[in-house]
Design a protein around this ligand. Structure first.
Ligand code: 5GP
Length: 183
């Protein structure tokens, strides 16, 4: 285990098993259709890549870059820092998120994408923190519900670190910069 991790919440094996199940469900739900997966950068890239490897349907992939977090705190203001490359009109879209926390990001994306007139939009997230929700989000595919703790690993970062950890872990308080602990 990494020296700055206090506790492993979800192991590599648990993630592998659950991601395979989600991929199978998506493949079944969209049988004989082509799905456009939109990965929300950067946190979803590991999850998205594992979802794709287990799919048995055809798919396209695109990315959107958003920013609302600084350190361990959400600023509450979502900004697009990189837009989609492809046109999603008449496409079956699945938005792939690392984690739905307040729900503001997912809500922003659904409203933003609806204006581009896709055929359908669904949300797939590896993690869900229901206790932190500020706005309702219709999550169709969910990996795990977790407590309201700041987690890293499997694509999720703290100030750009820890994305490479193969598990989901809780950071030690001592590894979080002091100013982040003050409100
Ligand atoms: P929301 O808009 O739902 O509050 O937050 C979504 C984004 O916040 C996620 O895509 C992720 O980048 C970031 N986020 C929320 N909770 C956590 C967390 O526990 N750990 C990390 N690393 N990022 C988080």
């Amino acid at each position: 285990m990494h020296r700055n991790i206090e506790e492993i919440l979800i192991t590599e094996e648990e993630i592998r098993k659950r991601v395979r199940e989600l991929s199978q469900r998506i493949s079944k739900d969209y049988k004989d259709r082509c799905v456009t997966f939109i990965g929300v950068l950067k946190g979803s890239f590991v999850f998205l890549s594992d979802i794709l490897k287990n799919l048995t349907i055809d798919c396209n992939v695109d990315f959107i870059g958003l920013s609302s977090y600084e350190g361990t705190k959400s600023t509450g203001i979502v900004r697009t820092v990189l837009d989609l490359k492809e046109n999603i009109q008449d496409k079956d879209v699945i938005i792939v998120e690392d984690i739905v926390d307040s729900g503001l990001t997912a809500n922003y994306l659904i409203h933003n994408f609806r204006t581009r007139r896709p055929k359908s939009i669904r949300i797939c997230t590896l993690l869900d923190k229901p206790a932190a929700r500020k706005i309702y989000v219709p999550v169709k595919y969910k990996g795990f519900s977790i407590p309201n703790k700041f987690v890293v690993g499997y694509g999720l970062d703290y100030n750009e670190n820890y994305r490479n950890l193969p598990y989901i872990g809780v950071l030690k308080k001592s590894a979080i910069k002091k100013e982040d602990l003050c409100q």
